[in-house]
Design a protein around this ligand. Structure first.
Ligand SMILES: [Zn+2]
Length: 127
């Protein structure tokens, strides 16, 4: 299952960052940007994340926040800027041409996480 392996990668990265920066801290939130072209279902991803997180140090109470990113492209026809969606077979709405360049939509990044340290202090980190 695609979402389970994505969730495991997010947790592994988060665990490694915590081990390096704040070994005693508990992560409360992690934010990920996921492009439309990654074809990740946010509900399945959250479910997989919640099932796996107890196995990763510092991640037991962590909540996953997903920021979806629309797939935006420049078409191969007249260079229109458009939303490349699977519903329109990724074709340009103006002229029907395909994608020349994908500008956004391939993201799969941890953009930040919030931890609670032993002094009950909240600390936000940009990844
Ligand atoms: Zn076009």
């Amino acid at each position: 299952m695609h979402e389970a392996s994505v969730a495991a990668s997010i947790l592994e990265i988060l665990r490694a960052r915590l081990a390096l920066k704040a070994p005693e801290a508990m992560a409360l939130y992690v934010t990920v940007r996921i492009g439309e072209f990654r074809a990740v279902d946010p509900d399945s991803l959250s479910f997989a994340f919640d099932s796996l997180k107890k196995d990763y140090a510092g991640c037991r109470n962590c909540r996953l926040l997903v920021e979806p990113v629309k797939a935006m492209a420049v078409c191969a026809g007249e260079g229109h800027y458009y939303h490349a969606s699977s519903q329109s077979a990724f074709a340009c709405r103006e002229c029907g041409a395909g994608i020349r360049q994908l500008l956004a939509g391939g993201e799969l990044d941890i953009t930040g996480y919030t931890v609670q340290s032993s002094e009950s202090e909240l600390e936000h980190n940009n990844a």
